[in-house]
Design a protein around this ligand. Structure first.
Ligand SMILES: [Zn+2]
Length: 138
Protein backbone atom coordinates (compact mmCIF):
# COMPACT_ATOMS: atom_id res chain seq x y z
CA UNK A 1 0.00 0.00 0.00
CA UNK A 2 1.37 3.37 -0.95
CA UNK A 3 2.11 5.90 1.73
CA UNK A 4 -0.52 8.51 2.26
CA UNK A 5 0.90 11.98 2.44
CA UNK A 6 -0.22 15.52 1.86
CA UNK A 7 -0.21 16.33 -1.84
CA UNK A 8 -0.99 12.77 -2.95
CA UNK A 9 -3.98 11.80 -5.01
CA UNK A 10 -6.69 9.81 -3.34
CA UNK A 11 -10.16 8.66 -4.24
CA UNK A 12 -12.73 10.29 -2.01
CA UNK A 13 -16.41 11.00 -2.12
CA UNK A 14 -16.99 14.60 -3.10
CA UNK A 15 -19.99 16.03 -1.29
CA UNK A 16 -20.36 18.72 -3.91
CA UNK A 17 -19.97 16.64 -7.09
CA UNK A 18 -21.74 13.74 -5.33
CA UNK A 19 -19.31 11.31 -6.90
CA UNK A 20 -16.24 9.32 -5.97
CA UNK A 21 -13.51 11.45 -7.50
CA UNK A 22 -9.81 12.03 -7.39
CA UNK A 23 -8.85 14.36 -4.57
CA UNK A 24 -5.59 15.80 -3.34
CA UNK A 25 -4.74 15.21 0.30
CA UNK A 26 -4.36 18.56 2.05
CA UNK A 27 -4.18 17.39 5.68
CA UNK A 28 -3.51 14.15 7.52
CA UNK A 29 -4.99 13.04 10.84
CA UNK A 30 -2.10 10.66 11.39
CA UNK A 31 0.08 8.49 9.13
CA UNK A 32 -2.77 6.26 8.08
CA UNK A 33 -5.77 8.55 8.22
CA UNK A 34 -6.52 11.40 5.89
CA UNK A 35 -8.18 14.42 7.45
CA UNK A 36 -8.86 16.79 4.56
CA UNK A 37 -8.92 16.55 0.82
CA UNK A 38 -9.43 18.90 -2.10
CA UNK A 39 -11.57 17.81 -5.01
CA UNK A 40 -9.67 17.79 -8.31
CA UNK A 41 -12.88 18.45 -10.16
CA UNK A 42 -14.57 21.28 -8.25
CA UNK A 43 -11.78 22.35 -5.92
CA UNK A 44 -13.86 21.99 -2.77
CA UNK A 45 -11.95 21.45 0.45
CA UNK A 46 -13.63 18.83 2.56
CA UNK A 47 -13.25 16.01 5.04
CA UNK A 48 -11.93 12.81 3.51
CA UNK A 49 -14.60 10.17 2.86
CA UNK A 50 -13.27 6.80 1.87
CA UNK A 51 -15.79 5.60 -0.71
CA UNK A 52 -15.22 1.89 -0.02
CA UNK A 53 -15.08 2.04 3.76
CA UNK A 54 -18.15 4.19 4.23
CA UNK A 55 -20.32 2.00 2.01
CA UNK A 56 -19.05 -1.16 3.73
CA UNK A 57 -19.89 0.24 7.13
CA UNK A 58 -23.36 1.14 5.98
CA UNK A 59 -23.95 -2.37 4.67
CA UNK A 60 -22.78 -3.92 7.92
CA UNK A 61 -25.09 -1.69 9.87
CA UNK A 62 -28.06 -2.55 7.65
CA UNK A 63 -27.31 -6.25 7.98
CA UNK A 64 -27.16 -6.00 11.74
CA UNK A 65 -30.52 -4.26 11.83
CA UNK A 66 -32.01 -6.93 9.61
CA UNK A 67 -30.48 -9.69 11.68
CA UNK A 68 -32.15 -8.49 14.86
CA UNK A 69 -34.12 -11.61 15.64
CA UNK A 70 -37.74 -11.24 14.76
CA UNK A 71 -39.69 -12.99 17.46
CA UNK A 72 -39.90 -16.64 16.55
CA UNK A 73 -41.77 -18.61 19.13
CA UNK A 74 -41.93 -22.33 19.35
CA UNK A 75 -45.10 -24.36 19.79
CA UNK A 76 -44.35 -24.91 23.47
CA UNK A 77 -43.82 -21.19 24.04
CA UNK A 78 -47.07 -20.46 22.26
CA UNK A 79 -48.79 -23.13 24.32
CA UNK A 80 -47.41 -21.69 27.56
CA UNK A 81 -48.51 -18.22 26.57
CA UNK A 82 -52.01 -19.37 25.65
CA UNK A 83 -52.42 -21.55 28.70
CA UNK A 84 -51.29 -18.82 31.08
CA UNK A 85 -53.58 -16.22 29.54
CA UNK A 86 -56.76 -18.25 29.96
CA UNK A 87 -58.80 -18.94 33.04
CA UNK A 88 -60.99 -21.56 31.41
CA UNK A 89 -61.30 -25.00 32.88
CA UNK A 90 -60.20 -27.89 30.73
CA UNK A 91 -62.74 -30.23 29.19
CA UNK A 92 -61.87 -33.82 28.39
CA UNK A 93 -61.57 -34.25 24.66
CA UNK A 94 -64.26 -36.28 22.95
CA UNK A 95 -65.20 -36.48 19.30
CA UNK A 96 -68.84 -35.79 20.07
CA UNK A 97 -68.16 -32.75 22.20
CA UNK A 98 -68.46 -29.29 20.74
CA UNK A 99 -65.58 -26.90 21.14
CA UNK A 100 -65.11 -23.23 20.44
CA UNK A 101 -62.01 -21.13 19.97
CA UNK A 102 -60.18 -20.65 23.24
CA UNK A 103 -61.50 -23.81 24.88
CA UNK A 104 -59.05 -25.86 26.90
CA UNK A 105 -59.22 -29.51 26.16
CA UNK A 106 -57.68 -32.39 27.95
CA UNK A 107 -56.52 -35.00 25.50
CA UNK A 108 -55.75 -38.51 26.72
CA UNK A 109 -52.75 -38.79 24.43
CA UNK A 110 -51.54 -35.24 23.88
CA UNK A 111 -52.41 -33.75 27.25
CA UNK A 112 -53.88 -30.29 27.73
CA UNK A 113 -54.33 -28.10 24.68
CA UNK A 114 -56.04 -24.92 23.64
CA UNK A 115 -58.42 -24.61 20.70
CA UNK A 116 -56.91 -22.12 18.29
CA UNK A 117 -59.23 -22.44 15.33
CA UNK A 118 -62.56 -24.04 14.55
CA UNK A 119 -63.41 -25.04 10.99
CA UNK A 120 -66.73 -26.87 10.76
CA UNK A 121 -66.18 -30.26 12.36
CA UNK A 122 -62.46 -29.77 12.85
CA UNK A 123 -60.53 -27.95 15.53
CA UNK A 124 -56.94 -26.86 15.52
CA UNK A 125 -55.46 -27.43 18.93
CA UNK A 126 -52.16 -26.22 20.33
CA UNK A 127 -50.65 -28.88 22.54
CA UNK A 128 -47.43 -28.68 24.52
CA UNK A 129 -45.30 -29.99 21.68
CA UNK A 130 -47.38 -29.82 18.55
CA UNK A 131 -50.37 -28.34 16.86
CA UNK A 132 -53.01 -30.94 15.99
CA UNK A 133 -56.17 -30.92 13.99
CA UNK A 134 -58.87 -32.91 15.71
CA UNK A 135 -62.48 -33.63 14.94
CA UNK A 136 -65.34 -32.55 17.15
CA UNK A 137 -69.10 -32.16 17.07
CA UNK A 138 -69.56 -35.65 15.60
ZN1 LIG B 1 -15.97 17.93 -6.34
Amino acid sequence: MSQLTVGKDVLSYCTKCKLNLGHIIVAMKDVKHIAKVKCNTCGTLQAYKDPSISSKQNKTRTKKTLMTPSKIISVSELWMEKMSSTKKKSTPYAMDAHFVKGDIIDHTKFGPGIVEKVVDDKIEVIFRHEIKTLVHNK
